[in-house]
Write a protein that binds this ligand. Structure first.
Ligand code: NMX
Ligand code: MLT
Length: 426
């Protein structure tokens, strides 16, 4: 048995008892109320779901299982997935065991490459990745066991197996999408000596002579892993999983949400914006030029990508981490310098727009400049990297939800007539 499965087996009974007795004793206590603005405003701030893998206080940013992100910058993504699932960082042996699992289950079946090659050559890399995951659905252990008959207490076991399988193949799948979509030549096989992040770099086929791209990749995969339960991708994955759709369906669905420009696709939009401004001003722009460009963007009805957030009200600590990495590794790079200058200028502009709740940079504002510097210049691909990481969060949330026996998600919607009557507007 894998060490992760053994660890989950230890903690799940306590988790179930805690939830059962908490709901029994406090089930009728109110924790949130909802006004009309929230009903029409994307449910912002409504607390009606549970997610213990991570939490995002607006004034602090991401906290994973009680540990602030800034204390996890040096952790490897394998450690982060263990932490998300179990609430503890793994020992060296436990991490090695997880890496062994990834190696054991990490071979992409040939039919997946056939499916991808049959797609239109200009397909978006996210459409390719999500299709590839869905194409593998026939492998689901969860679906097979459910179809045969499985006790509810056991749901988490095949869910864990499916999630490990998906995470194990994901770097190869994602790298394959890159090589096929951008005609980079033959697919590159995983190197069994490498860790999850370094293997991804290896399979992309981008030269990394000093190992700094692999370092960036590990950081990238760590920083994007999870962002509590209410963001579009996590929430979608969670909702689909609650119908007992298996992890292939649920993760692919979640990633379809990540592919939206207001969510994960903002990273490609952001670098595009930065390169446009550099093209317009023939190099790193001055602060005045940037300010004008930002206003022009707003006045044309577009958003400034990489800025603002539905929950955060500070500079995203994930952005801070990327900025610090850039300062250490590529302070002279003009694209990085432009990103740093955008950070000096854009919050001042957005603060002048009353309706914008958060003028600060989010995770997507900085990552692209670093990927660009290391030779990953096809920015339409960037959300695929985000996806590889975010699958850890979605997967851990699926496993935990099946472990405590969460029911199907089904909130009550209202018609405008009902709402009007409720608030006395009729
Ligand atoms: N540029 C221009 N307008 C903005 C921005 C921005 N960066 N941020 C918010 N607004 C607008 C927003 O479009 C809305 O306008 P309207 O009422 O006309 O529809 C208004 O300000 C109020 O929005 P907020 O309450 O501040 O933000 P909300 O919670 O609705 O949305 C985002 C959050 C992240 C969708 C929004 O800030 C945004 O569109 N940012 C740019 C895209 C982006 O960077 N997304 C990535 C988020 C992180 N991720 O990876 O998922
Ligand atoms: C995320 O990482 O999912 C984004 O910051 C969006 C969010 O949390 O709503």
């Amino acid at each position: 048995m894998s060490k992760l499965k053994a660890k989950m087996e230890q903690i799940i009974p306590g988790m179930r008892d805690e939830i059962r007795s908490f709901v029994k004793e406090y089930g009728d206590k109110e924790v949130s109320s909802v006004n009309v603005k929230q009903v029409y405003g994307g449910m912002r701030g409504v607390r009606a779901m549970v997610c213990d893998t991570s939490n995002v206080p607006p004034d602090k940013g991401l906290i994973i299982r009680g540990i602030p992100l800034k204390d996890l910058f040096d952790k490897w993504p394998e450690e982060i997935f263990w932490l998300l699932c179990t609430g503890e960082l793994p020992t060296k042996e436990e991490m090695k065991d997880l890496q062994k699992e990834y190696k054991k289950y990490g071979v992409v079946p040939d039919y997946v490459w056939k499916v991808l090659k049959a797609m239109p050559p200009d397909s978006h890399p996210m459409a390719m990745l999500d299709t590839a995951i869905l194409a593998m659905e026939g492998e689901s252990k969860f679906r097979a066991k459910y179809t045969k008959g499985m006790r509810k207490e056991d749901y988490w076991v095949p869910m864990l197996e499916d999630c490990i399988r998906i995470l194990a193949v994901l770097p190869e799948l994602a790298a394959g999408v890159y090589r096929l979509r951008y005609k980079k030549g033959k697919l590159i096989k995983p190197d069994p000596k490498l860790d999850w992040g370094a293997n991804y770099v290896h399979m992309l086929g981008i030269k990394d002579p000093d190992g700094n791209f692999a370092k960036l990749m590990r950081l990238y995969l760590t920083l994007h892993c999870d962002h509590e339960g209410g963001n579009v991708s996590a929430h979608t994955c969670h909702c689909v999983g609650s119908a007992l759709s298996d992890a292939y369906y649920a993760v692919s669905a979640g990633l379809n949400g990540l592919a939206g420009p207001l969510h994960g696709l903002a990273n490609q939009e952001c670098l595009k914006w930065v390169l446009e401004v550099m093209k317009k001003f023939k190099g790193a722009p001055s602060k005045e030029e940037l300010e004008k460009f930002a206003w022009d963007t707003l006045n044309s009805g577009k958003v400034v990508p990489g800025y603002g957030h539905a929950v955060l009200r500070i500079t995203d600590p994930r952005f801070d981490a990327f900025l610090a990495f850039g300062k250490e590794h590529c302070a002279d790079d003009p694209v990085y310098q432009t990103v740093a200058r955008v950070f000096e200028v854009v919050p001042g502009v957005l603060k002048q727009v009353k309706k914008i709740a958060d003028p600060w940079p989010n995770v997507d504002a900085g990552s692209g400049s670093l990927l660009y510097k290391y030779g990953l210049t096809e920015f339409e691909y960037y959300t695929v990297l985000f996806s590889v990481s975010r699958t850890m969060g979605m997967a851990s949330q699926l496993i935990v939800s099946r472990a405590w026996g969460e029911p199907i998600e089904r909130p009550k919607s209202s018609t405008i007539e009902w709402l009007k009557e409720k608030v006395g507007a009729k």
